[in-house]
Design a protein around this ligand. Structure first.
Ligand code: NAD
Length: 421
């Protein structure tokens, strides 16, 4: 990095490590401007990308063809030879005790270690608790080499904000927070991202950038928890939450959160990262964890409420029920940590004739729920009751076809559903 802050195709080779929801679009975009390679340790992922299949449905065939033509994706670590910038975009889940599981990030840093040269830069994009980027680099890089941060190697942290399934807010037009371990490396980080991202926000330190990402998701989680608690409180009073929110939303500064299940790998996970760090330093995170607990208990509450609603329509356990949507959120094929699947499983124990539909269903789910899967949205009149769990665009026009059937609408999606969460 010796003083060069202008990255060109000839003076820098950039690696993206982890080609999932975050890494692949970044590779696809940055390769248009820079000399970039993509490494994923999962050969199955690389194989399917080579067969022009992105199972996350983020990159189209023509872009995949271009990536393959350039021969820049591989599950062989040797593709990282000669790189000067390593961007890490691997998952950061929690373990069964809801503690941060940084195994994959550490694994990626250990891979980088094999190739790291003097003056190289590592940028982490994965969501972590404040302090983790420097902590991991010290544990892995400084401990195993004679390199010292900001003397022989540099760090950057830039959290990702992509929202798969969202066509409006995309990687190019969403403001990206960037940070680095010193001025020199910040110039490189800025130079890289500003080439293809319109707006950057420079955070004053790596810890500020790490914290900014984590509180974005904690703010959502806690607010959803509040609305979830209020929803069941008002259900007891027989006051419909949907209408309450419609009225409250007319105030200019009312925050527009809806009740629901919090699944996926960000909102329901990241609060545990900060709570873990809070515990380590002897600070409190009571509200953060209370929000998590409320949201975790929602599956049971929603399940009981659905069962109550089915009973209200005088249907028995022999009722024919259709469950719409199994992904953790709308319009994307992401089933990771989907609470909708767990909700469906719990209803499956009670009702014999329940089918699930999802436009993004993958083979393993099709195999797991074989006879309980509806492949095409035809013959809907056979159902006595419908549960709308995910507001996939494909369901928008459904309402006319099912207007005679009672619907439990978890998403306030249809205008005149019989029951709302
Ligand atoms: N998906 C999102 O919408 C989103 C949004 C913002 C932030 N994030 C954060 O970004 C990070 C990545 O999430 P994602 O959704 O892209 O994950 P993902 O599961 O879609 O992809 C991660 C990829 O990394 C690969 N991988 C794992 N360990 C590796 C290693 N050591 N070396 C090489 N490859 C490795 C996996 O095989 C996988 O293909 C997480 O910290 C997540 O919280 C995700």
């Amino acid at each position: 990095m010796s003083g060069i802050s202008n990255i060109t195709k000839s003076n820098y080779k950039i690696a993206i490590i982890g080609l999932g929801y975050v890494g692949l679009p970044l590779l696809n975009l940055s390769t248009k401007y820079f000399n970039v390679v993509g490494y994923d340790k999962n050969p199955y992922r690389i194989d399917s990308l080579k067969k022009l299949k992105d199972y996350n449905k983020q990159i189209g065939i023509s872009d995949l063809k271009k990536l393959n033509k350039k021969k820049i994706i591989s599950s062989d670590i040797n593709i990282l030879k000669g790189c000067n910038i390593y961007i890490v975009t691997v998952p950061t889940p929690v373990n069964i005790r809801n503690q941060p599981d940084l195994k994959l990030v550490k694994n990626a840093f250990n891979t980088i270690l094999k190739f790291l040269k003097k003056d190289d830069l590592i940028i982490l994009e994965s969501t972590v608790y404040p302090g983790a980027t420097v902590e991991i680099s010290k544990k892995i890089i400084e401990k195993n080499t004679n390199f010292i941060l900001n003397k022989n190697f540099y760090l950057g942290y830039s959290p990702e904000r992509i929202n798969p399934g969202d066509k409006k807010n995309n990687i190019k037009n969403v403001t990206k927070v960037i940070s680095a371990s010193n001025k020199k490396s910040l110039n490189i980080v800025k130079n890289f991202y500003s080439t293809f991202i319109k707006n950057l926000h420079v955070a004053e330190s790596i810890e500020i950038a790490e914290s900014s990402k984590i509180i974005e998701n904690i703010q959502r989680d806690v607010n959803i928890a509040l609305i979830n608690e209020l929803t069941f409180l008002f259900k007891k009073m027989n006051i419909p939450m949907k209408q309450i929110l419609e009225a409250s939303r007319t105030k200019w500064n009312f925050l527009d959160f809806r009740p629901g299940l919090v699944g996926g790998h960000c909102i329901g996970i990241d609060p545990y990262y900060l709570a873990y760090q809070a515990k380590r330093i002897g600070a409190k995170s009571d509200l953060i964890l209370a929000g998590r607990n409320i949201n975790n208990l929602m599956i049971n509450k929603v399940s009981s409420d659905i069962i109550k609603s089915i009973k209200k329509t005088k249907l028995s356990i022999n009722a024919k029920i259709l469950f719409l949507g199994l992904t953790f959120k709308e319009n994307c094929p992401d089933f990771r940590n989907s609470k909708n699947i767990i909700l469906f499983q719990s209803l499956l124990k009670k009702y014999k004739h329940i089918h699930a539909h999802d436009p993004y269903l993958n083979n393993s789910l099709k195999i797991e729920y074989k006879e309980n899967i509806l492949k095409k949205l035809t013959d809907l009149k056979q159902y006595d009751f419908i549960i709308l769990a995910v507001k996939h665009n494909q369901y928008k026009t459904l309402y006319k076809k099912i207007s005679d059937i009672p619907v439990y609408d978890m998403k306030y999606f249809f205008k005149n559903s019989s029951f709302y969460l």
